[in-house]
Design a binder for this molecule. Structure first.
Ligand code: ZN
Length: 287
């Protein structure tokens, strides 16, 4: 599994994503949704091979992050793997997918003797997180890296002609990463992560917003766009996987799942043969 410029050997990565599939004729449970009319299946993809492992047909109006669905699909996806590929796993979900139910489920799967499972799941930016972000000292934000493992920075409009110069004024750092766990657990409010598994850590990335990006009031005032996620990557880990920039890169490669889904749609995913919901669900079972 590829993470920026590194390769993580021997780990099978499952990516969970909800997608919208259009229905061009009247099919059961096809409903209007934010992208038009159709179904809203939840998929589990194998990142290593770009193959669909499990999917759940859902009505068009189903939520992107409905907990009960997220509890079903990870187990189905693991069960679809040949046994020897089930022992070292990474599971990722994007959006603000981190519900109590999903994290508890992933924590259970991670606690099985003889198995390793690292999860990385999007986390909603709430009031407690905004308060923690305000307390992060400037030097605790580390520069993020891109897919090539290089720092994410660009030339300023007023940069000099030397395209790879070393002038600080010629470069803008585009994204930074930090960890909020200790502030949330032990900060002024304290106990903000009570009830969540001990091993869960909270990370934040901030990016320069694109022109026209939808920002919250907090982000508008702050000048950064924030993305949070949680992971059980062990605090005692050593080497490149323990670095914030790689923990971020491992979460961000989730975007690749969208390519898989696009390819899948080209190959017939979303073109359901039947009017009948159960028949269409059966199509998922044998991808
Ligand atoms: Zn310069």
């Amino acid at each position: 599994m590829r993470i920026a410029d590194k390769v993580l050997q021997g780990v099978t990565c499952i990516r969970l994503d909800a997608t919208v599939t259009p229905a061009h004729s009247d099919k059961e449970l096809a409903e209007p949704n934010f992208k038009g009319f159709g179904h809203h299946p939840l998929l589990g993809y194998c990142d290593n091979t770009d193959e669909p492992l499990a999917g759940m047909m859902r009505r068009g109006s189903a939520g992107s992050n409905t907990t009960a669905d997220h509890l079903q699909v990870p187990g189905d996806a693991i069960a679809a793997l040949p046994p020897k590929f089930r022992r070292r796993l990474m599971v990722t979900a994007d959006g603000a997918g981190a519900s109590h139910g999903l994290i508890t489920r992933l924590d259970q799967l991670a606690s099985r003797p003889g198995h390793q499972l690292t999860y990385s799941v999007g986390w909603e930016l709430g009031a407690r997180d905004r308060a923690a972000i305000r307390l992060i000292p400037a030097e605790a934000w580390q520069i993020a890296i891109d897919q090539r493992g290089e720092v994410r920075e660009r030339r300023t409009a007023a940069a000099c002609a030397g395209r790879s110069c070393g002038h600080a004024r010629c470069w803008v750092e585009e994204a930074h990463v930090t960890e909020l766990t200790v502030l949330l657990r032990e900060g002024p409010g304290g106990g903000e992560l009570d009830g969540w598994p001990e091993s869960m850590r909270v990370f934040a990335r901030r990016e320069r917003p694109h022109p026209g990006a939808q920002l919250s009031l907090f982000e508008t005032r702050d000048g950064w766009r924030y993305f949070l996620w949680v992971s059980n990557v062990p605090a005692g880990l050593r080497g490149w996987r323990a670095q914030l920039s790689y923990i971020d890169a491992a979460h961000r490669v989730h975007a690749r799942v969208e390519d898989c889904i696009r390819t899948g749609k080209d190959c017939g995913i979303g073109r359901f043969p039947s009017h009948d919901f159960a028949m269409n669900s059966a199509c998922w079972a044998s991808p």
